[in-house]
Ligand binder design. Structure first.
Ligand SMILES: [Fe+2]
Length: 504
């Protein structure tokens, strides 16, 4: 094996041959040229470990030659030969980057030693450069990865904030589905929650699934893919379901899945549901990054769902309590115990006939149950008085909407409901109370409740008067159309009232 590949440039042929013979004997592979210009061309084409060059040649001076070589081969290992101790030139050559020099006359051991060192230096240099390049590449990759992960974490943080920004379960689930679908660009996404009574998974929110699937999917623990994931509390990333021995058979859903990720939603070691994502729009299979992202947000999803469920249950408990209280107030105010129930029935029928949004109807329902809550703070003697109320007593009665508001105010989730309760005695012509709001200034829900409430009040016996007949009450509503009541709502009410009055 060669000790190294040496290229000699010297205008004296004797010197070239001498160096060749001596170095070949020591195991080097040597070639030479006597014309430095020819040498430059050769260096451009062939790889040498060390270039040995004379400094004094007629065609080109040594310094210019070195400059030229470095211009196209900056890593060249150049050893200069100096015929006589012209240190100034040697020093310039070394300053320019030449590796070493040999002085004539030669000591062959010394020349061989310098060549060996030069060759070793070159390989060390090459290894060093490669190492630096590798380190730089590695660092770049690392930096890229850090950037990627930082972006990923940022996204996870942002989504976590979004999904925990609401306590309403439906809204929470909708936000989750929306964020996942837009981030991963997928065809289908669904959240199935476990029904504690039936122990079945049902689809609570989804994208890309048909109404039929959403309505009819019931998966028992251990069944299909979602049931398996829930039972085993194990995440699944499948790139191609057809090739997956465990899940190919379980893929019996009525929609076609080729790649999917399924993650169990777990709270305190208890599975509460499953998050499924199926098929990227790009048709690429899901990868580790997608999986890591979903895993990253799955804990927050579970917590958000649990919070929303707890909140809903708290809301229901609260509403049930208040509803019981309201029934008590109905009786205290000498209505039938069903007054609030009847008001709710009329008001909802009107709201539905008008085509109000589901959410608005829900607010109206709650407001109907709570509207007279403030009467709890009104003296019984006033409420049960059989003779005409004095002005002062009447003023006291008129405080009940605001008393209701005072009781309900701390409950943030009832904000919209409270406004309806507050306005249920406002009149369309602005002569109502507590604020004397007019027409559209009064929320539509409150305008509806006003008709429903008055109609049921008229048909109920009061301490100070007998009940009107249904027909009389309808006439009374008609008579107040456009003054006390919103004319449009009265029209809707008159249209539907025949169907409504067959109650017990
Ligand atoms: Fe009232």
């Amino acid at each position: 094996m060669s000790e190294g590949k040496i290229f000699v440039i010297d205008d004296e042929l004797v010197m070239c041959e001498l160096l060749r013979d001596l170095l070949q004997e020591r195991g080097f592979e040597v070639s030479y040229v006597t014309n430095p210009l020819e040498g430059i061309e050769k260096i451009k084409k062939e790889d040498f470990d060390v270039i040995v060059t004379d400094l004094k040649m007629p065609q080109i001076d040594g310094i210019s030659l070195i400059k030229e070589i470095f211009s196209f081969l900056p890593d060249a290992i150049i050893v200069v030969i100096t015929g006589y101790p012209s240190f100034e030139t040697v020093q310039t050559a070394l300053k320019m980057g030449a590796y070493n020099y040999i002085a004539k006359p030669f000591n062959i051991d010394e020349v061989s030693f310098i060549m060996k060192k030069a060759v070793a230096f070159r390989y060390l240099n090459i290894a060093n450069k490669k190492l630096i390049k590798d380190i730089n590449e590695h660092n770049e990759k690392l930096e890229e990865k850090v950037k990627e992960r930082t972006a990923e974490l940022g996204l996870i943080y942002k989504i976590t904030q979004d999904i925990t920004s609401t306590l309403k379960l439906d809204e929470t689930l909708t936000v989750i589905i929306e964020r996942i679908t837009s981030t991963l660009r997928i065809e289908m996404c669904s959240i199935l929650l476990l029904d504690n009574k039936t122990q079945e998974l049902t689809i609570k929110a989804s994208k890309g699934l048909t109404e039929d699937i959403i309505k009819n999917t019931r998966i028992k623990m251990g069944e299909k893919i979602s049931g398996w994931v829930l039972k085993n509390k194990q995440d699944v990333l499948v790139e191609d379901i057809e090739k997956d021995p465990l899940f190919a058979k379980r893929n019996q859903e009525k929609y076609y899945t080729h790649s999917f990720i399924s993650i169990p939603l777990i709270i305190k070691d208890k599975p509460i549901g499953v998050l499924n994502v199926n098929n990227k729009i790009s048709k690429e299979p899901f990868n580790e990054n997608d999986f890591r992202f979903l895993k990253g947000i799955s804990q927050s999803i579970s917590i958000a769902i649990e919070n929303a469920q707890l909140y809903t249950s708290l809301e229901n408990t609260y509403l049930n309590t208040v509803s019981a209280l309201t029934s008590a107030i109905d009786i205290k105010d000498h209505y039938t115990h069903s007054h609030s129930e009847h008001v709710t029935k009329y008001a909802l029928a009107i709201a539905k006939e008008i085509g109000l949004p589901e959410q608005e109807i829900c607010y109206i329902k709650q407001a109907c149950q709570l509207h007279d809550l403030g009467k709890i703070g009104i003296n019984d003697t006033i409420l049960s008085k059989t003779t005409k109320l004095t002005e002062k007593e009447w003023e006291e009665i008129k405080k009940h909407p605001l008393k209701s508001v005072d009781i309900l105010k701390p409950l943030d989730f009832l904000k919209e409901v409270i406004t309806l309760v507050e306005q249920h005695h406002e009149r369309y012509d602005g002569k109502g109370y507590p604020y004397g709001l007019k027409g559209e200034e009064i929320k539509i829900g409150a305008r509806i409740i006003a008709v429903a409430d008055s109609f049921d009040a008229m048909t109920t016996e009061r301490p100070y008067r007998k009940a009107l007949s249904l027909q009389e009450a309808i006439e009374e509503i008609k008579r107040n159309k456009g003054t006390q009541f919103d004319p449009n709502i009265v029209d809707v009410f008159l249209k539907i009232v025949p169907k409504l009055i067959n109650y017990d």
